[in-house]
Design a protein around this ligand. Structure first.
Ligand code: MG
Length: 386
């Protein structure tokens, strides 16, 4: 999995909004704007490192974020300098990807973050953009020409980049250069940039009216009702002597034999993937990863589980709890059980107390009892919006 860092730019003084408090520190439905932005970005579950760029002399940030797993860096005079300071501070971390986001966009969705990260597999940079709804005219005090809005796009953040490339692009800038955004820097260095569909809900808090809209949006979200859905999954794989290692619940077990299958034959993760897909009525693992497709030959089952996790996120859902039961005479599960729980918790971005793995035998009865194969069953509970 790529190592992913984010830089949240919160160095603005909020001059356009008026008032004493910079907008990233204003209260929005019981939370500061910056806290909302941070938790929205982290909801994707894919970001390993967070760095917040703050204004020189900003003491609030340390007070609010001092106890959290977040690094603070002082920005520069322009946005370009602030982002540069953030990128420089990430040098020791050397992430594969970096997402750069404005503190004043607290409604970014996990889905948008995931789409940007996915795009980086085939491009150097990715940016969310939206078509313009309003007509657009040139204006310099008097009304000028009509502009063709079909050829124009509004640009949002987060913007996503391969870290080493965007760092080199910023390093190559003339001192004092101030570009419109980070995509402009990427393009100046010849990086390829993919456009992703933005979200109208991911608006930027710029004017007082944006704050009023945000308050209403939060009230509406708080009124949303959810239901709980449970899915179940079951899978079987046959033992085989063609290998020494067997994968179970994302953990390799050296036992002198293996499990036979098209992918890595991890019956535990397959059953769990099916349980998650079941909770959102999204077919089964075979629909999405057909064994007839050579692409999945020998594939790590992590991919299947991550796909199901992201499918839950895309529906606005949250995974509440998962439970896997392994049914076999061999290998012994207990010595590996905690490691299995930890691996599943990591893949699903869940705290350990929401992940259960247990095992049973079938008293030497049936195919599991005769030691011909191993079975796994799983249940997943998911919270979904009505
Ligand atoms: Mg299977």
């Amino acid at each position: 999995m790529p190592k992913i860092a984010q830089i949240i730019v919160a160095a603005g003084k909020g001059a356009r909004m008026g008032g004493e408090i910079p907008k990233q520190y204003r209260n929005l439905g019981g939370m500061l704007v910056l806290e909302r932005t941070l938790s929205a970005m982290l909801s994707s579950g894919k970001i390993d490192q967070t760095l917040i760029v703050i204004a020189d002399g900003d003491l609030r940030a340390a007070e609010i974020f001092g106890q959290r797993d977040v690094r603070l860096v002082t920005g520069g005079a322009s946005r370009t300098e602030s982002v540069k300071a953030g990128l420089d501070a990430l040098r020791p971390v050397a992430p594969d990807y970096v997402l750069i986001h404005d503190a004043a966009r607290p409604f970014v969705s996990a889905n948008l973050v995931n789409s940007l990260i996915a795009a980086l597999e085939t491009t150097d940079a990715a940016v969310p953009m939206l078509p313009l709804a309003d007509a657009v005219k040139a204006f310099d005090g008097s009304i000028g020409d009509d502009l063709d809005r079909g050829g124009l796009r509004a640009v949002q953040t987060p913007q996503a980049f391969h870290y080493d490339q965007i760092l080199a692009a910023f390093d190559a800038l003339e001192p004092g250069a101030a570009l419109a955004d980070d995509i402009a820097v990427a393009k100046s260095a010849g990086m390829s940039v993919a456009a992703i569909e933005g979200e109208s809900s991911n608006y930027k808090l710029t004017y007082e009216a944006d704050f009023e809209r945000a308050q209403i949006d939060i009230k509406r979200t708080n009124m949303k009702t959810y239901y709980s859905a449970t899915g179940t999954g079951y899978d079987v794989h046959r033992y085989d002597d063609s290998g020494n290692v067997l994968w179970l619940c994302g953990v390799p077990i050296e036992c002198g034999y293996t499990l036979l299958g098209h992918s890595d034959a991890d019956a535990g993760l397959h059953a769990l993937t099916d349980a998650l897909l079941g909770a959102i009525c999204f077919g089964d693992i075979g629909d999405h990863f057909p064994p007839s497709d050579p692409k999945w030959k020998g594939a790590s089952s992590d991919k299947f589980l991550e796909f199901a996790r992201d499918a839950v996120l895309e529906r606005g859902g949250t995974i509440t709890h998962v439970d896997v039961t392994l049914i076999c005479e061999k290998p012994k599960i207990k010595p590996h059980r905690e490691q299995m729980r930890e691996r599943i918790a990591e893949l699903l971005n869940l705290p350990l107390i929401r992940v259960s793995v247990k095992a049973t035998t079938t008293e030497k009865l049936g195919f599991t009892g005769r030691g011909e194969g191993l079975a796994a069953q799983a249940a997943a509970t998911v919270k979904l919006p009505e």
